[in-house]
Design a protein around this ligand. Structure first.
Ligand code: SF4
Length: 505
């Protein structure tokens, strides 16, 4: 096993103003993207690079690719930054092989530093494996306790490394890869979509509820058995892979070199609970869920929103990018013309140096700039996908008024976010969530809008059509599908009456 030296260079915690509350993005933040590719016709590191590039929206703090060259040799490169910053052609050429495991990270457990970047690479009695994880364990403290005898070997503070150590322990106890992965998964509680490269091929699995997405497909002729696994279908599209299906909730799929039929089986049976925020906001609009693009789903959400929350106005605009399809749907049903009232700078990454508070007050607008030609003298309906703390929305409303909007009516294409997420999405503690603390009228006054309305939970379910029963909606209703440690629950549910904790289990 070989770890590229540049990979393990510790550049220290990225800790700066970005982590202060006033500098944190006012949106739920993405979890991670995972990717795997087995191929013989093309360099797998390059394919993984493009796959991670397509999944960049899921995590911008770090990126990594581990490549198996034969059964025993694994090379890993990972570092802080965007995919295009971490990898160049020279680095990719130093990663030859037939099986690549890739990861984009946004930290939900563990701080933001390179030792927490993935994939996790470990050795076992059966050879090395590389593991990439999207999600969040809710029993990480228990698992860390159970693995305390390995404490000196832990190199990170992530729950993903705990899954890897549980797997290493199972393999070293004599189990084959398939049984070892099942045993390790059974020790984990929470959200986990995993890709695991081993000397026995590639494994992909999801937790029993399938909270985070995972899909698979193939390159070229299926008989050639060149397999691709990705968090979203956009990771298949970018390299011309054909979509074959979802890795189902509770399913484990074993892809072997040269085998045209991967081995599919359930390791656990639980009700499906895909994160509904993946549909509303996180996943890319060109990714397909339940057989249609999220663009279509988000347009439909806008249509339902228009029926539920009508208002008289001259123009509908969307907050780019995820508010745009819903704004188009709202416009189609309401008959109010759609316009591009906000221009987004698409190149602001997480590592972007944030302006100081004084600069913000002086009018620095890094991400969004309103167009006065479109907005001046108009009654504006502005559609956004969610409000978390309300800080950005408040500034946005002020900017729209500065640009000449005579009225600002805000419509939100999801219900009020009243509960934090424990399953891999960073939504702050409950006391930071504006809808957990204030009434609708108070939020409207705080934002400075003429009116404010949210999509109802029923409307969100209606837009999901026949798939509505498959979703986790806990950040809107507190109905957490997975039991969690009391200390973890208490760490985020500041406003929750003690009794509710018991009821929602
Ligand atoms: S709590 Fe919210 S963000 Fe978290 S998985 Fe459930 S729906 Fe998604």
């Amino acid at each position: 096993m070989h770890n590229d030296e540049a990979t393990e260079k510790l550049i220290g915690p990225v800790l700066n103003e970005q982590l202060l509350p006033e500098h944190r993005p006012d949106k739920p933040e993405e979890a991670c993207g995972v990717y795997a590719v087995m191929a013989s016709s093309q360099p797998v590191a390059n394919l993984a690079y493009f796959g991670l590039y397509a999944l960049q929206h899921r995590g911008q703090e770090s990126a990594g690719i581990a490549v198996f060259d034969g059964d025993e040799q694994v090379r890993l490169h990972k570092d802080m930054g965007l995919v295009s910053q971490v990898f160049d052609q020279d680095v990719l050429e130093r990663l030859p092989g037939q099986l690549a495991i890739g990861h984009n990270r946004y930290s939900t457990t563990g701080s933001s530093k390179v030792c927490n970047a993935q994939p996790v690479l470990l050795n076992t009695s059966r050879g090395p494996f590389a593991l990439a994880h999207n999600g969040n364990l809710v029993n990480a403290a228990d698992l860390r306790h159970d693995l305390a005898h390995l404490a000196s070997e832990l190199t990170s503070t992530t729950d993903s490394e705990l899954i890897a150590f549980a797997l290493q322990e199972a393999v070293n106890a004599g189990l084959d890869w398939d049984r070892a992965i099942r045993q390790a998964a059974a020790r984990c509680r929470g959200a986990f979509s995993l890709v695991i490269g081993t000397p026995d091929g590639l494994f992909a699995l999801r937790d029993g509820h399938g909270i985070r997405p995972l899909v698979f497909g193939h390159l070229g002729d299926r008989e050639q058995a060149q397999w691709v696994v990705s968090s979203e279908t956009c990771g298949l599209d970018i390299i011309g892979a054909t979509f074959d299906g979802d890795v189902l909730p509770g399913e484990i799929i074993h892809f072997r070199h040269g085998d045209a039929n991967p081995e599919r089986s359930r390791w656990i049976e639980e009700p499906a609970k895909l994160c509904v925020f993946e549909m509303i906001y996180f996943a890319r609009p060109d990714s397909r869920f339940f057989g249609e693009s999220l663009y279509s789903y988000r347009v439909r959400i806008g249509e339902v929103l228009a029926r539920e929350t009508p208002v008289e106005a001259d123009i509908v605009i969307g907050v780019p990018d995820s508010g745009i399809p819903a704004a188009i749907g709202y416009s189609q049903v309401s008959g109010i013309p759609f316009g591009d009232g906000l221009i987004k700078n698409r190149y602001v990454g997480r590592t972007f140096i944030q302006p100081t508070q004084a600069m913000r007050e002086a009018g620095i607008r890094v991400k969004l700039n309103p167009l006065p030609d479109v907005l001046a003298g108009k009654r504006v309906v502005v559609i956004d996908d969610s409000i978390v703390r309300g800080t950005t929305s408040r500034k946005l409303v002020a900017a729209l008024r500065d640009a000449g909007a005579t009225e600002v009516h805000m419509r939100i294409s999801s219900p009020p976010v009243t509960h934090p997420c424990f399953y891999g999405i960073d939504t702050d503690t409950q006391d930071q969530l504006i809808a957990a603390r204030l009434t609708l009228e108070e939020i409207a006054a705080h934002l400075g809008v003429d009116s404010l309305a949210y999509l109802s939970k029923e409307g969100m379910v209606e837009a999901a059509q026949s798939h509505s029963e498959h979703f986790c909606t806990a950040c809107f209703d507190g109905a957490y599908p997975i039991e969690m440690d009391e200390s973890l629950r208490n760490s985020k549910l500041m406003l929750e009456p003690a009794g509710l904790a018991a009821r929602s289990r």
